[in-house]
Design a protein around this ligand. Structure first.
Ligand SMILES: *Cc1c(COP(=O)(O)O)cnc(C)c1O
Length: 380
C-alpha cells in the first residue's frame, strides 16, 4: 500500500452517534486515477462514477477527479448524470451508459448529458426527440446492451452515421478480469473489425481490468471504475491500486463464552475453546453481507485491530457483527474500542471473498447509516 495513504489510522473524531465510521480518501482516488492514466496512455482516461461513485459519493469524487484533469465521466442512470453535472459544472462530458429512457430529452438537454445508445429503436427515439450527438455501444460478445455488429452495416444506420457520426463508439468486455479467457480475444478482434470500417470515430473498450491487462493500445478512451476505488479488477495478480475506503466499527459489548457454547442466530458457531467475543455496531442493514462469515468453501471473514485478525463468528445480524477476540489483551478489547472492518489490513476484496461476492458489490452496497468522513491525503 502507498505510504502516503490517509487510511492507516481511524479518523480523528469518529461520530459518537453512529455505530461505524466510513472514511473515504479522495487522495487515494486521485493517485489511482493517475496510475491508471499512465497505464492507459496515450488513450484518454475517463472515470466511471455510476452507483454514487461506487459507493464513495459522487459529489465529492467527481470534482476530485476533475482536478486531476479528468474530462470525461460515465454514469449508469440519467439521475446520476444530473447529479454529476451539478457537481462538475459546465465542461466535462458526461455519458449515460444505460442509454436514453423514453421522454428524457429535456433532462439530457438541461444537464448536457450524452446517451450511450445501444439499439436501433433507441437511436431512432433519440434522433426523433433530441437529435444531438450521442455515443453508440456495440455488443461484441457480452450479449447484454449494445448494437449487433451487423446493425452497423444496415443502410438506414449507415446513412445516419454518415450524416451525424457518433462521438464515441464503445464496447464492453465480458471477461477482462480473466485475461486468458478466450472470449477476450474474440471481442477485441470483433471491435477491431468495426473500427476498421469507421476509423474516424473515437473508440473505447477498456474497463479497469482491460487497462491493467494493457488492452488500450489502439483505442482513444479508457473507462475505469472499480480500480479508481481500490477494488481488485483482475484476479490472480497483485492489485496495482491502493485502497480508498476504511470502515471502523465500535465495540459495544464483550462476552466470555465457554467451550461448547454457541453464538448468534441459528446457533451456527460453537466455541471450540473458552473465547472472548466482541460485538460491533453494524450489520447486514449496512451492506455488510450476512454471508460474510465465510464457510461453504469460502475463506473466513475477519476484522482487524492493529493488524491482528479478529475472525467473524456466527451469523452477521442486521445491526451486529460478532468477532472472536480470544487471545487479545483484556484491556484492548473493551466497550468503546474501534476495530477495522475494512481498511489497510482487511481489503474490500477480503470481505467480498468471505461473502461469496465481488468488491464491486461491497463498495456499492456501503450503507447509509455509517458516519461518513471524506479526507484528502494529498491536500496540503
Ligand atoms: C461499469 C462499467 C465500466 C467500468 O468497469 P470497471 O470494471 O468497474 O472498471 C466500464 N464500462 C461499462 C460499459 C460499464 O458498465
Amino acid at each position: 500500500m502507498d505510504a502516503r495513504t490517509g487510511l492507516l489510522r481511524p479518523p480523528e473524531a469518529p461520530s459518537p452517534e453512529a455505530g461505524a465510521t466510513l472514511t473515504i480518501d479522495l487522495g487515494a482516488i486521485r493517485r489511482n486515477y493517475r496510475r491508471l492514466k499512465e497505464m492507459a496512455a496515450p488513450a484518454e482516461t475517463a472515470a466511471v462514477i455510476k452507483a454514487d461513485a461506487y459507493g464513495c459519493g459522487i459529489e465529492a469524487v467527481a470534482p476530485a477527479l476533475q482536478a486531476e484533469g479528468c474530462r470525461t465521466f460515465f454514469v449508469a442512470l440519467v439521475s446520476e448524470g444530473v447529479r454529476a453535472r451539478a457537481a462538475l459544472g459546465d465542461g466535462p462530458r458526461i455519458f449515460v451508459l444505460n442509454g436514453y429512457p423514453p421522454a428524457c430529452a429535456e433532462t439530457y438537454r438541461k444537464s448536457d448529458l450524452l446517451p450511450v445508445l445501444g439499439s436501433i429503436e433507441e437511436i431512432a427515439a433519440w434522433d426523433a426527440e433530441a437529435g444531438t450527438p450521442a455515443a453508440f455501444h456495440v455488443d461484441t460478445g457480452m450479449n447484454r446492451l449494445g448494437l449487433h455488429p451487423s446493425d452497423l452495416a444496415r443502410d438506414d444506420l449507415a446513412a445516419s452515421i454518415a450524416n451525424r457520426p457518433p462521438v464515441l463508439l464503445m464496447t464492453h468486455m465480458a471477461c477482462a478480469d480473466e485475461p486468458r479467457h478466450p472470449l477476450n480475444r474474440r471481442q477485441i478482434a470483433a471491435f477491431d473489425e468495426i473500427r476498421a470500417r469507421l476509423p474516424e470515430i473515437p473508440a473505447s473498450l477498456a474497463n479497469s481490468a482491460a487497462i491493467i491487462n494493457g488492452w488500450t493500445w489502439n483505442t482513444d478512451l479508457a473507462r475505469p471504475g472499480i480500480a479508481l476505488f481500490g477494488g481488485r479488477a483482475v484476479s490472480g495478480i497483485e492489485n496495482p491500486v491502493e485502497p480508498v475506503v476504511r470502515l471502523d466499527a465500535r465495540i459495544i459489548q464483550t462476552r466470555r463464552v465457554r467451550i461448547g457454547e454457541t453464538v448468534g442466530y441459528g446457533a451456527t458457531w460453537t466455541a471450540q475453546r473458552d473465547s472472548l467475543i466482541a460485538f460491533v455496531s453494524m450489520g447486514y442493514a449496512d451492506g455488510y453481507h450476512r454471508s460474510a462469515t465465510g464457510g461453504d468453501g469460502r475463506p473466513a471473514g475477519f476484522a482487524a485491530l492493529d493488524g491482528r485478525h479478529l475472525p467473524l463468528v456466527g451469523r452477521v445480524s442486521m445491526d451486529l457483527v460478532a468477532l472472536d477476540a480470544t487471545g487479545l489483551a483484556d484491556d484492548e478489547i473493551v466497550r468503546g474500542t474501534t476495530v477495522e472492518m475494512i481498511g489497510p489490513t482487511v481489503s474490500v476484496d477480503d470481505v467480498a471473498d468471505a461473502a461469496g461476492t465481488i468488491g464491486y458489490e461491497i463498495l456499492t452496497g456501503l450503507g447509509q447509516r455509517y458516519a461518513r468522513v471524506v479526507i484528502d491525503s494529498e491536500a496540503g
